[in-house]
Design a protein around this ligand. Structure first.
Ligand code: FE2
Length: 130
């Protein structure tokens, strides 16, 4: 296990992130939780790959908005969070709720080597790089 890995319980749907990777295995509902591999390529019309836009030190990450098809944000299907991973172990997360826009804005000191992750409650974990 490594820091920032996301695990899901395939029985109850619980999702966790590893902060301290000391434990050898994470058990939920009597079985090991499953490591979620971040997807990078959209496989249907709906857009999931996070888009990173940089303006000075302001970094905006959106899901589908800049592609003309904002990801749904309904109670049944929505983006639960957007994360920005930046240099020097900088790590930022915006939690989202149904009804909000599928985007988040962050301010960072260094905009090189950015990565963004987002989590859709139905379609899982997605990542992209700037
Ligand atoms: Fe989705």
């Amino acid at each position: 296990m490594k820091q920032k890995e996301i695990y899901k319980c395939n029985v109850c749907g619980k999702v966790i992130e590893i902060l301290n990777p000391a434990a050898p295995e994470t058990i939920c509902c009597g079985q090991p939780m499953v490591l979620m591999e971040a997807q990078t390529k959209d496989w249907k019309l709906e857009k999931h790959t996070p888009k990173i836009t940089v303006e000075g030190n302001k970094v905006t990450v959106d899901v589908g908005i800049s592609m003309g098809t904002p990801h749904p944000m309904t109670a049944e299907h929505y983006i639960m969070w957007i994360e920005l991973i930046c240099k020097d172990n900088c790590y930022k997360r915006q939690m989202l709720s149904p009804g909000m826009e599928p985007k988040a804005t962050f301010v960072v000191a260094d905009t090189s080597g950015l990565k963004a992750r987002e989590y859709c409650n139905l379609h899982g974990l997605w990542i992209s790089e700037k």
